[in-house]
Write a protein that binds this ligand. Structure first.
Ligand code: FMN
Length: 157
């Protein structure tokens, strides 16, 4: 069981902040780091991106993901990171959490934001995973190295 303690950092990032955080976390915990994307890419311009993201939340649309280039079953702990949009994760995170290979892993949640705290987003991830065996070890904002270090140190063992 060589994979038993393996971790994977999975993130979505529109403008790069969460990508930076994911890379940093991957370095610290020595884990593979991979991006998830919607199958139909989100628009780049802020106003267009905001319109699509808001509509997904309002209408509870879970966008399809581009194929995942990794096997989630091979990892025990998945770190899932995203930008906070309207005080919650983008809906493609909900889609990711429905992946059939994500069954009884441990989950760590991290996010970047202007000002929102992690609480509402963490609660949303809990709701999205409540019918699974997924165990959430904790969640933290990852806007700075300091927040990342503090957040990692506070995780349940
Ligand atoms: C559509 C949209 C909605 C956002 N909503 C919030 C929000 O509710 N609260 C907040 O603090 N920041 C919000 N932000 C800011 C982002 O969370 C923040 O810039 C984040 O670091 C972006 O990460 P990224 O560069 O990985 O995409 C929003 C940004 C966008 C594009």
């Amino acid at each position: 069981m060589s994979n038993v303690n393996k971790s994977l950092v999975v993130y979505y990032s529109a403008s790069g902040n969460t990508k930076t955080a994911a890379s940093k976390i991957g370095q610290i915990i020595q884990a593979d780091v991979v991006a998830i994307q919607p199958a139909t890419p989100y628009p780049e311009a802020y106003a267009d991106l905001a319109a699509v993201g808001k509509k997904e939340i309002d209408d509870q649309i879970l966008p399809n993901l581009a194929p995942l280039p990794f096997n989630l079953k091979a990892y025990q702990t998945i770190y899932v990171g995203f930008p906070i949009w309207w005080d919650q994760p983008p809906m493609l995170v909900a889609r990711f959490l429905q992946e059939k290979d994500l069954v009884d892993q441990q989950l760590v949640v991290f996010a970047t934001s202007y000002s929102s705290t992690i609480e509402q987003s963490l609660q949303m991830v809990k709701t999205w995973t409540e019918n699974s065996e997924i165990k959430i070890l904790g969640g933290f904002l990852a806007n700075s190295n300091q927040e990342i270090m503090t957040g990692l140190a506070a995780l349940k063992k």
